[in-house]
Design a protein around this ligand. Structure first.
Ligand SMILES: [Fe+2]
Ligand SMILES: [Fe+2]
Length: 193
C-alpha cells in the first residue's frame, strides 16, 4: 500500500488506545504542520502556478483537519498542549542533502511531503480498522481518504517538475530509508512515533 516498505505493527494501536489524549495532541500538530508546509511551498515557489493553486486549496483542507482534531480534543474535555519533538521528521530530514538547484530543492520538498502523507494515511487506516472507539475509527477512516489524495498529488508534482526517472529512483531510495527509521519506531502514541 502506498509504496511503503514496512507496514506498521498493528500492536501500535494498543499503545495509542491507552492514551487517546496524546495521539490527538500529536495529530493536531501534524495537521498544523501540513498547513505550514503548503503555505511555505507557496512562499518559496510562487512561479509554479499549478502548484500554488493546489497548495492554496490544501491550506484550507489541512487547517480544516486541524480544526476537526481540535474539536475532538475540546469535546473530550481536554486542552491542546504544546508540540512534541518529532523524531520521525528529524530522521527523515537527514535523507535530503542541503543545497542543489532550485528544482532539486522543490523535488525534495515534494517527496518529503508525499512520504509524510503516505505514512499518515497508513497509520490512519490502521486506526480506522483497529480502534475500539467507533467514533474515532470513523473519524480516521474519513481522514485516511484525504491523505491518500495528498500523497498522490505531491508525488505527481515531483514527477512533473523534476526529471521523472531521477525522481522515481530517489523516491525508491527514500522509501528504503524510511523503512529503516520505522523499524525503530511504532512504540509511542504519536502519528509517526
Ligand atoms: Fe490532513
Ligand atoms: Fe494531508
Amino acid at each position: 500500500m502506498l509504496g511503503l516498505k514496512l507496514p506498521t505493527d498493528p500492536r501500535w494501536v494498543n499503545i495509542v488506545e491507552k492514551n487517546i489524549e496524546e495521539i490527538l495532541t500529536d495529530h493536531a500538530f501534524c495537521e498544523q504542520k501540513a498547513t505550514s508546509t503548503a503555505i511555505s511551498l507557496i512562499v518559496s515557489f510562487p512561479e509554479y502556478t499549478e502548484l500554488v493553486q493546489e497548495m492554496t486549496a490544501l491550506v484550507k483542507e489541512e487547517i480544516s483537519h486541524f480544526k476537526m482534531v481540535h474539536d475532538k480534543i475540546i469535546e473530550r474535555g481536554w486542552t491542546l498542549g504544546r508540540d512534541r519533538r518529532d523524531d520521525y521528521v528529524i530522521e527523515l530530514m537527514k535523507f535530503f542533502p542541503k543545497g542543489g538547484s532550485r528544482t532539486t530543492q522543490l523535488v525534495h520538498r515534494l517527496l518529503y511531503a508525499a512520504l509524510i502523507e503516505a505514512r499518515s494515511c497508513e497509520r490512519f487506516r490502521l486506526l480506522s480498522e483497529e480502534l475500539e472507539d467507533q467514533e474515532l475509527a470513523t473519524f480516521y477512516r474519513n481522514l485516511m481518504v484525504s491523505e491518500a489524495n495528498h500523497y498522490t498529488m505531491f508525488l505527481g508534482f515531483a514527477r512533473q517538475y523534476g526529471e521523472k526517472k531521477e525522481v522515481d529512483a530517489k523516491w525508491q531510495q527514500l522509501l528504503e530509508y524510511e523503512a529503516k527509521i520505522m523499524s525503530k519506531l511504532g512504540n509511542s502514541e504519536a502519528i509517526h512515533g
